[in-house]
Design a binder for this molecule. Structure first.
Ligand SMILES: [Zn+2]
Length: 132
């Protein structure tokens, strides 16, 4: 992504403060004919920049949510495999968080671009499969 937009915003900011520094009406909130478009340009570029920042934060939150959902499904599938086909001891599945991490890596390693399943994700997945 180009930061031409940020540069334009900063240039407009610079132009607005330079004009205001030399212009008494503009300093007194009575924009002159020359200052008016300079201030309007600065406000428009600031709005555009802030809109973009908001959009990017929203998109980043959505991506993080999708990533977390996808990692949860992977961990849950690994936990389900272990509980369904793995060893049981004393009426309970013997699978541990570490087993879930290893199984998820074996089954989906290539899809786990943000790193192996964590202990906490594995524990959540095991609990979901066991209905806890
Ligand atoms: Zn002015």
């Amino acid at each position: 992504m180009s930061d031409q937009q940020f540069i334009a915003y900063m240039e407009a900011f610079q132009a607005a403060i330079e004009h205001a520094a030399a212009c008494e009406p503009c300093q007194n909130d009575q924009p002159c004919a020359a200052g008016d478009p300079i201030h309007a340009d600065f406000c428009a570029k600031q709005d555009a920049w802030e809109d973009r920042q908001r959009r990017e934060r929203r998109n980043e939150r959505r991506r993080a949510k999708r990533r977390a959902d996808s990692r949860f499904r992977i961990a849950r599938h690994a936990a389900w495999q272990l509980v369904t086909y793995g060893r049981w001891e004393n009426g309970r599945p013997a699978a541990t968080d570490e087993d879930v991490i290893r199984a998820a890596d074996a089954m989906y390693g290539g899809y786990l671009k943000s790193g192996p399943i964590t202990r906490s994700e594995a524990a959540t997945a095991l609990a979901a499969v066991l209905g806890n």
